[in-house]
Design a binder for this molecule. Structure first.
Ligand code: FPP
Length: 241
């Protein structure tokens, strides 16, 4: 499946898109259903949008699937989300057939051993694929990401391998969970909320933001295309004039 979406001439497709899959709970509530049904629909949207991102020519797409703060949710909701990960990790194998590399970011040590094993095997089996990279942020927090990187630098200082004044932004960046993933260009947040919520806070330092009132389970390929066009119409200055 090659790039098949044709955008207006001159459209700049973002290289790396981050997605905050918000609004699953409200989608279910509107229908009088338990929240976990919203996550189930949200997972279907994730599958559709990933395929559509590839058609749009997006090179990296990162989804905020579970944050370091999401453990505070009721246990049955957390369990339902974890079950969906297990199910979709099997389905993600279909992405492998589409030449999509799969990567996970976040602290996996808190996840079940089975899930960790599956994550490692999907990453290993897809590591050489290059049509697009799908990144799943699971037990991920932007602050935790920075702390995790700083700890590695602190270890080097402790061993006498590095002087504190020699620490650079590049050194910190190359130790983030996203070490092999470029900065985020565009963050999409559906459901009407306008916050970053501890997602890719370092990597999205210069990202453009696109908000929409659509709830994540209702988000369609055409909404992704609208976000790409809105991004392309922005004037990115990276701190310049
Ligand atoms: C936010 O909506 C959504 C989450 C915290 C979970 C997202 C998880 C999935 C879509 C499940 C499967 C994912 C994959 C990658 C297979 P919310 O619950 O905060 O919605 P609300 O704001 O309406 O309550």
């Amino acid at each position: 499946m090659a790039k098949t979406v044709s955008f207006p001439e001159g459209t700049q497709v973002p290289c790396h898109v981050g997605v905050i899959m918000d609004g699953n709970g409200r989608w279910a509530k509107k229908r009088g259903l338990p929240r976990k049904f919203g996550h189930r629909e949200g997972a279907k949207t994730f599958r559709e949008i990933t395929r559509h991102a590839k058609r749009c020519g997006i090179s990296y797409i990162t989804y905020y699937a579970f944050s370091t703060e999401n453990w505070k949710r009721p246990k049955d909701e957390v369990d339902a989300i974890m079950e969906l990960f297990e199910k979709y990790l099997d389905e993600v194998r279909d992405f492998i057939e589409e030449n999509i590399r799969v990567r996970f970011i976040g602290d996996r040590t808190m996840l079940s051993e089975n899930l960790q094993r599956k994550m490692a095997s999907v990453e290993e089996d897809s590591k050489d694929f290059d049509s697009m990279t799908l990144v799943l942020a699971i037990n991920y927090g932007g602050q935790d990401d920075i702390v995790h990187s700083c700890r590695q630098l602190a270890e080097m200082v402790k061993k006498g391998e590095l002087e504190p004044e020699d620490i650079t932004a590049d050194m910190l960046e190359s130790r983030l969970y996203t070490e092999d993933i470029p900065p985020c260009d565009l963050v999409i947040r559906p459901s009407g909320e306008q916050r970053l919520s501890n997602f890719l806070i370092w990597q999205a330092a210069y990202a453009e933001f696109y908000y929409t009132n659509i709830l994540w389970p209702d988000f369609k390929g055409e909404d992704l295309e609208k976000a790409v066009i809105a991004y392309s119409e922005r004037n990115r200055r990276f701190g310049g004039v």
